[in-house]
Design a protein around this ligand. Structure first.
Ligand code: SAH
Length: 458
């Protein structure tokens, strides 16, 4: 069957249409006789003239030629590279409209699974929704005779050179630029995915919002850099407040950015940051929330909504370096955390000791497997927090949850599609959503939607 069976659209065809939706990637959607066309930098409510750039079996891509009717929510942010690179796909949408868009998305996804009797609260946003990220991993390439840092243009292997990434803490952008220039001065090669030659793949920078500490890692295909001593000296001269300078060895043909083999080039192995009055040690391979300002709000609200009591046993699942559990440990009898990344669990244990918390315990395991073990062993937590990655929970985990039967189940979600899917199964275990879903904008200017939902035993 040819594509034409599905669509009459052809490349370069020019059309006019109404944008009816935004995709998860931030592309506007126009339907041509029910056939969806995805168009960068077009917003719902706009009428646009566009050209077809690519036709696939069940959808096509297009490019805006002109805006006939502009959305009242469009802002002239003047950051074309942020849209081209997909770093900040919502940058052209006013911030209040972004917040409302995220709220609406949660409502629609719950509606899709048949849950309508539910309040979705207004999204809690940031005062200044830019330059909030505390971490970046930036690809490095050799282009036009020098090392370049930036981001790939959507759907391409060409780097858009960027100096101000708009979402990163400004310190991070400065460190990325210096590191790239120093490596360039010493003629260090960039890794080339096609020839599989070259050394530097990425630069990773993490900056403690409260501590001011900074980690820089060069992700490389070799265990040692040429001119390593000179590079270390130069980097430390130009970034005198650098806390940790690492070489992360990642020789594998994979799209996993960081390897697990880290060597200290200078300074410390880790950095620290404080969150809600606690000190956290953060290793390079550990997950740490990227928006430190809203994370404090997220954890505070989650704890409030859980209505914690001093005699309670609490599970902190998908616990990372222990941030949620440790921040509430003083309010409850005991916290047990479970997390699959072993170095993160080690960080959590150290963080517990460093903060003189004695009533917590961290287990390295797959959360679902651990829930099954706990359910079998008759463990009866009062409150369970889960904070899973985008793929959400498994039905195994939810069934074990039903067996353990906590009073409250606090679901922190970074993907409303899997949250809504899981909510159906959680309800089948005898739970109802207490009050409302609270969206918190952890990732302004992007399509990511974070929220807290509290389930209560019926
Ligand atoms: N609660 C932490 C981490 C949340 S991110 C915080 O707020 O900082 C999600 C975490 O889930 C990551 O640390 C990831 O390593 C972990 N994870 C992913 N899959 C898992 C699994 N199957 N079992 C347990 N933990 C998992």
């Amino acid at each position: 069957m040819s594509k034409k069976t599905y669509s009459k659209l052809v490349k370069n065809q020019e059309l006019t249409g109404d944008v009816i939706d935004l995709t998860y990637e931030g592309l506007g959607v126009v339907k041509v006789d029910d056939f969806p066309v995805f168009i960068v930098n077009s917003l719902p409510g706009e009428r646009i003239k566009f050209a077809i750039t690519r036709v696939l079996n069940s959808y096509a891509f297009g490019r805006v030629l002109g805006i006939i009717k502009e959305s009242p929510d469009r802002v002239r942010a003047d950051h074309p590279e942020m849209i081209a690179s997909g770093i900040a796909p919502l940058v052209n949408l006013s911030y209040p409209a972004q917040l409302e868009f995220k709220r609406k998305q949660i409502r629609q996804l719950f509606h899709k699974v048949g849950i309508d009797d539910l309040e979705i609260l207004p999204t809690l946003g940031m005062k200044n929704p830019t330059h909030y990220r505390n971490k970046t991993v930036v690809p490095v390439k050799f282009q036009a005779g020098k090392l370049v840092t930036g981001f790939y243009r959507r759907g391409s292997h060409k780097l858009v050179p960027i100096e101000d990434y708009y979402l990163n803490d400004p310190k991070i952008d400065v460190v990325v630029g210096i590191a790239r220039d120093v490596l360039n001065d010493f003629h260090i090669s960039a890794y080339n995915e096609i020839s599989r030659e070259g050394i530097v793949r990425y630069l990773m920078v993490r900056h403690g919002y409260h501590s001011g500490q900074t980690m820089l890692a060069v992700v490389a295909t070799k265990k040692h850099l040429p001119h390593e001593k000179e590079i270390i000296k130069e980097i430390n001269q130009r970034i005198p407040d650098l806390t940790s300078f690492l070489l992360n060895y990642n020789p594998k043909q994979t799209n996993v950015q960081l390897g697990l083999d880290n060597r200290v080039l200078s300074g410390q192995q880790v950095i620290h940051d404080t969150l809600l009055g606690l000190d956290f040690e953060i290793g390079i391979n550990s997950f740490y929330q990227v928006n430190p300002q809203t994370t404090a709000v997220l954890y505070t609200k989650a704890a409030e909504l859980a209505g914690l009591k001093s005699n309670q046993l609490v599970i902190d699942a998908y616990s990372g370096i222990g941030t949620i559990g440790l921040s509430i440990a003083r309010q409850v009898r005991k916290v047990i955390g479970v997390e699959v990344v072993v170095p993160a669990v080690e960080d959590a244990k150290k963080n517990m000791l460093a903060n003189r918390i004695e009533n917590a315990e961290y287990i390295a395991a797959d959360a679902a497997e651990q829930f099954i073990k706990w359910a079998d062993a008759g463990v009866k937590p009062d409150v369970v927090f889960v904070d899973p990655p985008r793929k959400g929970l498994t039905s195994d985990l939810i069934q074990s949850l039903g067996v353990m039967a906590p009073l409250k189940f606090v679901y922190i979600s970074c993907n409303p599609a899997t949250l809504a899917r899981d909510a159906v199964l959680i309800k089948e275990q005898g739970y109802r959503i207490s009050k409302a879903v609270l969206p918190i904008d952890q990732f302004p200017q992007t399509m990511h939607v974070e929220s807290i939902t509290v389930f209560e035993k019926e």
